[in-house]
Each structure stands twice: as C-alpha cells, then as structure tokens.
Write a protein of this length. Structure first.
Length: 183
C-alpha cells in the first residue's frame, strides 16, 4: 500500500467522522474479509498453522500470524534483531517469529489483532459470534459495537476501527505475499 493510498484512506476517515457517518465503507471491510479468508484457506491447504514475513512499513518490522480453525491471531512489531527474524522467515520458522514478536519485540511498536472468526475485522459483534480485538500501545479495543463501555464516542470507536482495519489489510497482504512466495 502506498503512502498516497494511506493518505486517501485517512482523508476518507476524516470526512466520515466529520460528516457524522458512523458506518464503515463496505469496501474496506470486504477487503480485510477477502484477504483473511484467502490467507486461512491457503494455510489450511498447505497444512500450516503459522506464517511470517517482513512488514512493508520498515526494514526492522515483521508480521506473523497464528491460525486456529475459526480464529486468526496477527501481530506486527519492530525488532532490535531484524537479521535473526529474517533468518527465521527464510528457514520457515514462522511460529518462532510469531512468538518473538509477542515477547521480544519493541513493546511500543507492537500491534496485535485477534480476528475472532478469521473472516476479517468487523466493527460490531454478530449474535453468538466472537468479537475482534485490536491491541496497540497497551490499549485493547474490542470491536463488539459497545464503544460506551470503552468510554469513547462512536466516532472515536469507528476511527480506531478504520485505522486498525487498514493496518490489518497491509499485514494480511504481506503474509499472503510470503505464503505465495514459499509455495
């Protein structure tokens, strides 16, 4: 994703918030849904439970995912030892990269997404379905539609969701590119 695309997305988010529109464009949600489903299908097809790759945002940043049937856990972060993680990616030690990003990465750069149904992020919880979460800078946001419980306005909630979903799309694209490259 280019910087220009990210700027356009940011302007759309700002316009949506300023206009008081609180729904997320279906295209944005559909993008993470399509990518999450494609990633999990390829992981299942190849009998893998994890994947990792360099994150396109920075040379010292990596992204990794752990897949359980019905749940996708994704983490990305910067690291002080990019050469070590790069070697693990090359050796296809994807689960080790996932563990390292959760424990030995730069804490303030760590972002975690729990895609509760492995179907892309959704701003609201469907009946009898798990909700998605976003954890960045030690703040966990539950995407269950209950922004008041998190002591924020609906506009703030939707802004966090839209930013999380855009970042999730970037992470999923990096993981898919790696998975397709390693076939």
């Amino acid at each position: 994703m280019t910087i220009r695309t990210l700027r356009v997305q940011a302007m759309i988010v700002a316009a949506v918030v300023l206009a008081g529109i609180t729904s997320v464009p279906a295209v944005a949600q559909d993008r993470s849904a399509v990518l999450a489903k494609e990633l999990t299908a390829l992981l299942q097809q190849r009998k893998l439970d994890s994947i990792a790759a360099r994150h396109p945002a920075a040379a010292d940043q990596f992204v990794a995912a752990l897949f359980f049937p019905g749940q996708l856990l994704v983490v990305w972060a910067r690291t002080t030892a990019p050469a070590i993680l790069n070697e693990k990616v090359i050796r296809r030690e994807f689960r080790d990269v996932y563990i390292d990003l959760n424990s030995a990465s730069i804490p303030e750069s760590r972002v975690m997404i729990s895609d509760g149904s492995a179907d892309g992020l959704s701003p609201r919880r469907e009946a009898n379905q798990p909700f998605d979460t976003h954890d960045a800078n030690g703040k966990i946001t539950r995407f269950d539609g209950n922004w008041r419980e998190d002591k924020m306005s609906e506009a703030e909630y939707m802004k966090i969701f839209t930013q999380a979903d855009a970042a999730y799309v970037t992470a999923l694209e990096a993981l898919l590119n790696e998975l397709k490259k390693t076939s």
